[in-house]
Design a protein around this ligand. Structure first.
Ligand code: PHB
Length: 394
């Protein structure tokens, strides 16, 4: 058995964990990051792709390693499509802000490059089992290293940045599942295809056959999703059938088709842990909350949590001041619940629930018109989608 010591033990080398290690290092606070995946798995797992303007601005702090502005694409609006017509929500016009289409695994490549160059201790293939001593000044992460040997990391503070199946959560909430929870009766069928873009901006489409999202990755690769049954088998449909399903959900546009080389099903859940911090342990990112992907909030919310926790940890570890830590859950929760609402709202406004009545359908079209025909409606959507002001900066 090996026991090591650090100031902050960060479980999870996703955007939240890696970015926190960067901010702490900037304040001279040493940390160790562990993750049960390999570096290759982390850098290649396909996740969502929208960065709020504030997220891009704070990622600039990793310097030349951040390629969001050079490789990513700035988007100044989205299209809401329903009843056969498209309606552009112009972000610049309404809130003077933009978002960047830059996939999460590219953000992770940038963060890993930056942290590795800075000499950060990151251990891949290390599986955290549980955390003990959150109530003491020296909490310990019990883990198994890449060789299968027991590893204990003793720290001044433990951060659970270990995603929706967090093992740190139990040390914070008292159970691995304790939280506010909502499930949706549908999922997304996601594809990656070799084709030119079908549109310049993202299309969020409501149709009688359900929702579709037309997104992009590059000039030659596109990402698209359509609403499906959560139990659907991703292998069951031929490429031709997939194009048919997508095409009928975006009436009024013609998609540019091409070879579909990847398919996956994304489950829809909304979740917020009952507690975000207990003693010397705290949760950030998906370990603390999950949002359905319709609002494009997941990674942005993780970065916002980290900004709040970073300042609280600096006060605790550099000055012995616990006050900001005591406020962490309350400050982070305010943004988390705004994002929960926005993600739920976009989801419920755009998808067709399996049990939707004619009344529900017509009411939903009324809701969509309320948004696109109103300056206030468009401004609310633009403000939420591009991201509210951050409560705490770098
Ligand atoms: C994506 O491109 O993967 C994407 C974009 C916007 C979303 C969700 C996913 O709301």
């Amino acid at each position: 058995m090996t026991r090591i010591r650090t100031r902050v033990a960060i479980v999870g080398a996703g955007p939240a964990g890696l970015f926190l290690s960067h901010l702490l290092a900037g304040a001279g606070i040493e940390s160790i990051v562990i993750d049960n995946r390999t570096r290759e798995q982390i850098e290649t797992t396909i996740r969502a792709g929208i960065l709020e303007q504030g997220t891009v601005e704070v990622l600039d702090s990793i310097g030349e390693h951040s390629r969001a502005r050079t490789v990513g694409h700035r988007h100044d609006g989205i299209e809401l499509r329903f009843a056969g017509a498209g309606h552009r929500i112009d972000f610049q016009k309404h809130v003077g802000r933009s978002v960047w289409l830059y996939p999460q695994h590219e953000v992770l490549k940038d963060l890993l490059a930056a942290r590795t160059a800075a000499g950060q201790d990151i251990r891949f293939g290390v599986t955290a089992d549980h955390v003990e001593g959150a109530d003491t000044a020296t909490p310990v992460v019990f883990a198994t290293d890449a060789e299968g040997q027991p590893l204990e990391i003793e720290a001044d503070f433990v951060v659970g940045a270990d995603g929706s199946r967090s093992v740190v959560r139990a040390a914070v909430t008292g159970s691995s599942t304790g939280g506010y929870f909502r499930e949706y009766p549908f999922a997304w069928f996601g594809i990656l295809c070799e084709a030119p873009p079908s549109a310049d901006e993202l299309i969020y489409s409501n149709s009688p056959d359900g929702f579709a999202l037309i997104s992009q990755r590059s000039d030659t690769v596109q990402r698209m999703y359509f609403q499906c049954d959560p139990e659907a088998d991703p292998a069951a449909l031929s490429e031709e059938q997939l194009w048919e399903e997508l095409q009928k959900r975006v009436p009024g546009t013609t998609l540019k088709e091409g070879h579909i080389f990847q398919r996956d099903i994304l489950r829809f859940r909304s979740f917020v842990a009952h507690e975000l911090r207990h003693g010397r342990a705290a949760l950030v990112g998906d370990a603390a909350h999950t949002v359905p992907p319709t609002g494009a909030k997941g990674m942005n919310l993780a970065i916002a949590d980290v900004l709040v926790l970073n300042k609280a940890l600096q006060a605790l570890l550099l000055e012995g001041d616990e006050r900001l830590l005591d406020e962490y859950a309350e400050v982070a929760s305010q943004r988390i619940w705004k994002a929960q609402h926005f993600s739920w709202w976009m989801t419920s406004m755009l998808h067709v629930a399996p049990d939707a009545s004619d009344f529900d359908r017509r009411r939903q079209l009324g809701e969509l018109r309320t948004v696109v025909e109103s300056e206030a409606g468009q401004t609310y959507l633009a403000e939420a989608y591009t991201g509210w002001p951050l409560a705490v900066g770098l």
